[in-house]
Design a protein around this ligand. Structure first.
Ligand code: ATP
Ligand code: MG
Length: 328
């Protein structure tokens, strides 16, 4: 029996979570769901975007499903707080095209591993007389840890090459450290090919020859940017899942946000959240169940049952019902 914390959040987060849980309900799985609050609606009710109770529940669970939250400027970000408090150092973003979905590259399959704890995201900025400065933190330990994660993941999933992405020609010290530690870790994986690209070249290759990539590993900000670019290759934000993984805990969330503009209309694409649940199932060693959901989703899309963002006319829950039916 696994205990799963469920944080639906705000906006379409709640809608795609309902859809994903409906699909999960079609599997014969021993999962106990515990609901927890976070985000802006939570703030309106209790004055906090991320109550201590929620952090505790996440800490105590085997995995957490996170919908999406609206972060109002000036408020504490719920997901960034969780990533930090639980030291979820690896952000895993698979990029895999789906059959029947209109996109730039119909046969893509690669993974981006993004360092989740440092770089410019430490948020150490200050104003100066003529503007502002920010500190970029890159440590040897975090660079080693994320590189090791990437190689271990590659080994487990049957990939043969890991590519480090950086800008060490300009950021000689920070990205110099990152690249050095990457190759130090790589030397412990003789069976695995290791290479490195500049982030600007990577941005171009993602458009011109993304089929060449297998596992990319990079620092926080570059990872943020290239993974949105990659999501664009396979058909957009409604399709991109992600996982935040630490030594003890893991939180699974779609790449997209709470999209207030389309919330409440039952048109949000539940695919990213549903794929997110498959990442969770794999993490819990429920690989067969993850495959079942993946196949049911693919059959549904091939029938043309999809939400308006993909050119279809199904609602969020119509898609969820169709996928659940395909599970049987
Ligand atoms: P937030 O501030 O929470 O990030 P946002 O408005 O930036 O909210 P995003 O989720 O980042 O919302 O998405 C930006 C746009 O992409 C949305 O307005 C919407 O048009 C589209 N989008 C994102 N996710 C989905 C989805 N699951 N289904 C359909 N469209 C989506
Ligand atoms: Mg957004």
């Amino acid at each position: 029996m696994y205990r799963i914390t469920v944080i639906p959040g705000d906006g379409i987060g709640k809608e795609v979570m309902e859809a994903a849980l409906h699909v999960l309900g079609g599997l014969d799985l021993e999962l106990e769901f515990v609901y927890a609050e976070a985000g802006n609606e939570c703030f309106m009710r209790c004055g906090e975007t991320i109550p201590e109770e929620t952090v505790k529940l996440v800490r105590r669970s085997d995995a957490t499903l996170f919908g999406a939250v609206t972060t109002v400027p000036g408020q504490k970000s719920a997901i960034i707080t969780l990533r930090r408090e639980l030291d979820l150092f690896a952000n895993l973003r698979p990029v895999k095209s789906l059959p029947g979905v209109p996109c730039l590259y119909p046969d893509l399959d690669f993974v981006i591993v993004r360092e989740n704890t440092e770089d410019l995201y430490v948020g150490d900025e200050e104003f100066t007389a003529d503007g502002a400065v920010a500190r970029r933190i890159i440590t040897r330990s975090a660079s080693r840890r994320i590189s090791r994660f990437a190689f271990e993941y590659a080994k487990r999933e049957g990939w043969t090459r890991v590519t480090a992405v950086h800008k060490a020609n300009v950021l000689k010290k920070t990205d110099g450290v990152f690249r050095e530690e990457f190759y130090r870790v790589a030397s412990k994986y003789p069976g695995m090919e290791a290479e490195d690209y500049y982030v600007d070249a990577t941005a171009m290759y993602l458009i011109t020859q993304p089929q060449e990539f297998q596992v990319l590993v990079t620092t926080n900000l570059f990872g943020d940017i290239v993974s949105d670019e990659a999501a664009g290759l396979i058909g957009g934000l409604g399709l991109a899942p992600s996982a935040n993984i630490g030594e003890k805990n893991a939180i699974f969330e779609p790449v997209h946000g709470s999209a207030p503009q389309i919330a409440g209309k039952n048109i949000a694409n539940p695919t990213a959240m549903i794929l997110t649940t498959t990442l969770m199932l794999k993490h819990l060693n429920k690989t067969q169940e993850a495959q079942k959901i993946q196949k049911a989703l693919e059959r549904t899309l091939l029938k043309g049952i999809m939400t308006p963002d993909l050119g279809g006319n199904a609602s969020t829950m119509e898609m969820a019902h169709a996928i659940k039916k395909e599970l049987d």
